[in-house]
Write a protein that binds this ligand. Sequence first.
Ligand code: SF4
Length: 367
Amino acid sequence: MAQYDLNSLHLDKSNNLKTSVQASFDKTIPIVDLSKMDHLEWKKVLSAAFKDPVKLLEYLELDKEEYLNKVQVDSQFKMLVPLSYAAKMRKGDWYDPLLRQVLPVQDEVIESSGFVSDPVGDLQSEISPGVLHKYQGRILLITTGSCPVHCRYCFRREFPYIDSIPDKKHWQQTLNKIQEDKSIKEVILSGGDPLMLSDQRLEKMCTDIALISHVKTIRFHTRVPIFLPERITSEFLSWFGNLNINKVMVIHSNHANELDESVGETLIAIKNNGVTLLNQAVLLKGVNDSVETLELLLQRLFSFQVLPYYLHQLDRVKGSAHFEVDKKKALDLIESLRNRLPGYLIPRLVEEVSGKRSKQTIVKIEK
Ligand code: SF4
């Protein structure tokens, strides 16, 4: 078992955090054969996910007593980690960058100035339950509160899903809104994670949207291909690929170790069904805040035909301050990436500012 200082898990010792720069796939799970995947298999996989941190730590051969005595936190935002994701973590390593994204720790209860429950102003832009109209030409639908994983830094970790998810009977009202506003060219399905819905529900939504002539693009924001590749069945790919509309999937991967061959096969299958694949990552202290780690992530994504979209500065949601990387360092990282990679592999460094009508690109101010 690795030696570690548990205190550093809930103190700001980022300089000591070991960020993996070597994607290791010795625990690669078998490649998913999509044609053989039962369309409900993913629900069984999800129901077997780790929900108890102690069980996850036992699996990772980490000292649960140390966790219980020094690090654990009782959070309303419960842990959720699929087994296939846990299988990519290094055993015996408290500083594993995948574990850090999902393990509830005491840092989450430290009050930090400027960290709030709705950092991006979702609720200000909600025009009806679950319908957010923030940016010109695009509308975003909160389709579900469910996710394949609970990311500790999630900007919607305090989102009031219970009040905001329209039920089926409100679907026609949502469609009417989109139909009436001819400026809407793109509908973004978000959540939670839209791919947590059943095919039946999703197909109905997507088909209805695709029939609105001024809407040209459907976009999914999802972590499912990374965390629950079993969900991307041949059945899903068949109906989704056949939709007569532009299809974009923005996945969210933060570290190359998340992208094993199974995930890669899934991504390529999505791409081969006529879907534009992009990645947004969040810059996270102790997870991916080194140039080597980001370079590996971007190269690995490209090997699976995914292009970079955004590198997000952390949204300052309550309980996430320990993940924040300062802007100067973020800019230096982008600059270093430019010296190592071609331009098409450099993501845009952005932040979302509540009330602004677009994402804000972070740029260096020359003195
Ligand atoms: S999958 Fe997305 S919405 Fe769900 S917890 Fe993670 S970041 Fe938040």
